[in-house]
Design a protein around this ligand. Structure first.
Ligand code: C2O
Length: 568
């Protein structure tokens, strides 16, 4: 009798709690709807016109605006002949891996004439992210900003800017990008570098004054006002310096995580990264160049052209309107490693009571992954060899059905869970390269148990050549607890780790010939891609995936796939 009463009281309490959580859930945020039509559009840049793949005919594509807590529904309809998928870069996708977007990892691509609705809720994130195509090299033109505002009436932890501006940096090829990468794969060599960098899709007048002025992005500013610049590096292959002539920039956020504010002359930003800065329009009224140019400290060919845009004071005198009167910034030298190192070491999580840095203080799983370039033999290639890239010497082979589906439905034979925790044969990673440059091939994943605390050392190698690798992890933010040049030393380096306020990001530039240590909590069940965000390295195989098991609790399993999930 007593038991029955207790039971029914418990049931009532449970029902009440469920209702409460449902109502909390529904008042949590708004639902925002977007329609993306993937379509061809003729676009001219550098006096060249070509059809490019776009969203809604826009280049760059439309900006997605949402608030923390909102649910975003984006219906994507594919009207081009390429199969395509879209990735919401940096969105955590808690339990909604089906909406993450990397083709053949979390979904089959959307085929011509088909559509798919990406459906996700933005939980615990606010700031600047971006979206891009996640198949082949289509993200060269299919990209746009994703701006997450704080919840209503929650202020920024920095002075409120008068205006917010999105600056999305990209790369432009006069040739068809798919033709560029296909030619490279055939020959075995590196693909042609881009023809220019762009700011909001435009290269700017530097060196291209013969092209129409519509090739330049102009930002009008009012004297003494403050601007929040949301800078995004959507370039395929180039890490960039970003500068505004005569103006200092105050960094306040990276990868949609607030930082302790710091002043800098230039921003260093790798593909896949975002940086919010405050700019005070407090200089002589005039016209100033904003500029983006590569940072490249490895012996690797790069597009060294400078993209420019113009910061134009609304009260600038007419005399400043001739092009040679525009002030050019002093951009650091392309190989200024010291500047780049100092910049990344200046980034610290805000780590306030409201925005704590939840750095794992202990480690359940220790991983050491080498990331680097290599050469494989190739009978049909010009030089008898083909550029390749690998993690722990495994050059990743893309599956033909989506890994997440195979995991969810227990389909065997698609992947194995035996990705090596450590390099198969340890060597002097950044010293004289070993004789055997060949990589092994496989669709191998690392299994992580739910909520395990992972420490991952990313170690660059000199096998073919050292290079900077911006490594991006889907489904998580991680803390960059340490980094250095040369080989990681497990006996010495951990003593210097920052476990208090390290930067929290989704993409980290592993230094050229160096290493980076990251930590994260595997609290998001699903299959999560990790790869170099230099598209050429991804193509060559510098990618792998984690499979995070479900937890035992009620909200610790991946949700079932949506009905309209594309089929392969
Ligand atoms: Cu921004 Cu897997 O990518």
């Amino acid at each position: 009798m007593m038991g029955r009463i207790v039971n029914s009281v418990l049931t009532t309490v449970t029902v009440f709690l469920v209702l409460l959580s449902v109502s909390v859930w529904t008042v949590e945020g708004k639902t925002r709807h977007y329609n993306f039509h993937i379509q061809l559009k003729n676009v001219s840049r550098l006096c060249h016109t070509k059809p490019i793949v776009t969203v809604n005919g826009q280049f760059p594509g439309p900006t997605i605006y949402a608030r923390e807590g909102d649910t975003v529904l984006i219906n994507v309809t594919n009207r081009v002949t390429y199969n395509l998928s879209i990735h919401w870069h940096g969105i955590r996708q808690l339990r909604t891996g089906w909406a993450d977007g990397p083709a053949y990892i979390t979904q089959c691509p959307i085929q011509n004439g088909q559509s798919y609705t990406y459906n996700f809720t933005i939980t615990g994130q606010r700031g600047t992210l971006f979206w891009h195509a996640h198949i082949l090299w289509l993200r060269a033109t299919v990209y746009g900003a994703l701006v997450i505002l704080p919840k209503p009436s929650v202020p920024y932890p920095f002075p409120k800017p008068n205006k917010e501006i999105t600056l999305i940096l990209g790369e432009w090829w006069n040739a068809d990008v798919e033709a560029v990468i296909n030619a490279a794969l055939k020959s075995g060599g590196a693909p042609n570098v881009s023809d220019t960098h762009t700011i909001n899709g435009k290269p700017g007048p530097l060196g291209t004054f013969t092209c129409p002025i519509k090739d330049t992005f102009v930002l009008p500013v009012e004297q003494s006002k403050t601007y929040l610049l949301r800078i995004i590096n959507a370039a395929l292959n180039d890490e960039l310096f970003f500068d505004v002539a005569s103006h200092h920039l105050t960094v306040v956020e990276v990868d949609a995580v607030y930082t302790k504010p710091f002043d800098t002359k230039s921003v260093v930003i790798a593909p896949g990264q975002t940086t919010n800065v405050l700019l005070h329009a407090n200089k002589n009224p005039g016209r100033y160049f904003m500029a983006a140019r590569p940072f490249m400290d490895a012996p690797v060919p790069v597009d060294n052209r400078t993209a420019t845009a113009i910061l134009q004071y609304t009260n600038a005198p007419n005399s400043s309107f001739s092009s040679n009167m525009i002030v050019m910034p002093q951009i650091p030298a392309p190989n200024d490693t010291a500047f780049a190192t100092n910049f990344s070491n200046s980034i610290r999580s805000l780590n306030s009571a409201q925005y704590p840095a939840k750095v794992p203080q202990t480690v359940d799983r220790n991983l050491l992954f080498t990331v680097g370039l290599a050469l494989d033999s190739c009978a049909t290639c010009v030089s008898g060899s083909r550029a390749s890239a690998a993690i722990n010497n495994v050059s990743f082979v893309m599956p033909t059905i989506a890994l997440l589906q195979a995991h969810f439905q227990n389909i065997t034979g698609v992947f194995t869970k035996d990705f090596p925790d450590n390099p198969p044969t340890p060597f002097n990673y950044t010293g004289t390269p070993p004789k055997n440059l060949f990589t092994s091939k496989g669709t191998r994943l690392t299994r992580l148990s739910y909520n395990s605390k992972v420490q991952l050392i990313l170690q660059d190698t000199s096998v073919l050549t050292v290079d900077n690798h911006p490594i991006h992890l889907h489904g998580f933010n991680f803390f960059i607890v340490g980094s250095g040049l040369g080989n990681y030393n497990p006996n010495k380096d951990p003593a210097n780790f920052n476990l208090v306020d390290p930067p929290e990001r989704n993409t980290v530039g592993v230094p050229t010939g160096g290493w980076t240590a990251i930590r994260f909590t595997a609290d998001n069940p699903g299959v999560w891609f990790m790869h170099c965000h230099l598209e050429v390295h991804t193509t060559w195989g510098l990618k792998m995936a984690f499979v995070v098991e479900n937890g035992k609790g009620p909200n610790q399993s991946i949700l079932p796939p949506p009905k309209d999930l594309p089929k392969c």
